[in-house]
Design a protein around this ligand. Sequence first.
Ligand SMILES: [Ca+2]
Length: 465
Amino acid sequence: MATVRATTARLLTTCAIVLTSTGIAVATADELPASSPEVYRSTSGSSNLESNGWDGSGVTVAVIDSGVANVPGFDGKLIHQQNISAAPASGDQYGHGTFVAGIVHRVAPGAQIISIKLSDANGAVDVTQVLAALQWVRANKDRYSIDAVNLSFGNDSKQSAYASPLNYAVQKVWDSGIVVVASAGNLGNGSNTVTKPGDDPVIISVGASDEHGTSSRGDDTIPTFVSRGPTQDGLAKPDLVAPGTRVISLRAPGSTVDMQNPQARVGTDEFRGSGTSFAAPIVTGIVAQLLQADPSLSPDQVKYGLLQGATEIDGDATAMGAGTVRGMRALIAARSGRANQGVGRSHGHGSLHASRGSAVVDVKAVVDLGPLSGIATVAVPVVGEHTAEAVDEAVDAPLLGGGDVLLDAIDEFDATEFTDESSWDASQWGASQWGASQWGASHWGASQWGASQWGSSQWWASQWG
Ligand SMILES: [Ca+2]
């Protein structure tokens, strides 16, 4: 197992080096205007909604991410942490989820937050973990009164959103009455660069704007990094944008992101970052405010309101969608229509493998090797090649008790696993199977969604000026 882990570490280290050296070439973050919570709350309409009494109270948001460090800045609003990673059950060793959840909390300070943790300190996540997380949300919707889900990640899979199991899963959550918000990705400057599951026709996909440090929308622009449509299915995505450039939120002290980007720290408790990862939770926070203001709103009404209420800013229409989010306008419009009328759904029978995107291992070559036969989706963290050492380590890795059930389920994945309501019940993948011990690194520490794909390609923002 040690060799496998080391391979992952090398890959992620390489990613980090690329980002760092890109940033050094230009100005420092301090020379560019940051987007403080005060500014993005104003721009998005959050502060206006709160002044009317809607701060998200009574609403619960699930953040599927790298975990959340329960720092004082959350004011006790982090009510549950669910672990679907190989990392310790609580906290945020990578450092992305704390920042994302911190934005939700700044926008909707009354909302309760649930963390569903996918990654370890390397930030690596496999699609199967995301599917499990979405299933957990669906199964625990009533138990925790989950109203909205934030997905600030994506991969570059070009699998049709009408076939992908990942798209199927997000749609299933949406159709259960939960608003799903995803980042559009940071692969901009070209069509068909919106990441999966942000490419989904049903859920809300969010690109980023640059506020240039002011609460006036007149100087707002669309940064070049924002992924844009149309998608491989010919869909216009993202749906709208929100502030996502040099955004300030909560820091996870000692996490990987924190340690690798000390220059991004703001004071002792905060951090600065750019990416659609941080625009999405602004919209998610607005959604929480809308649902407090009118709990009867369906996800389709919320989406309709957000799109109708958005207003254009300066920038490429293929990256902007309907425009920049406007909370109060969205609330007014939400009651007058529904999005997604006539929009088709994924049949979910597409290849799970194809839903992973390009940074992926050909697992079949590994599976055919003796002891691992039958475990078709073992996610060995090797990208681009199979080293003999990695295969040996994978073969030697012990199989983990309860994980076998899930491995088998994923091996045979098809949409019926999701269409059968009973499969959404926690009884199938019982509570005992969510613990870290069943998600051992040898199986789940995959590099398919590496550190560079969390929608946060830049933490100190120097090249986006
Ligand atoms: Ca501005």
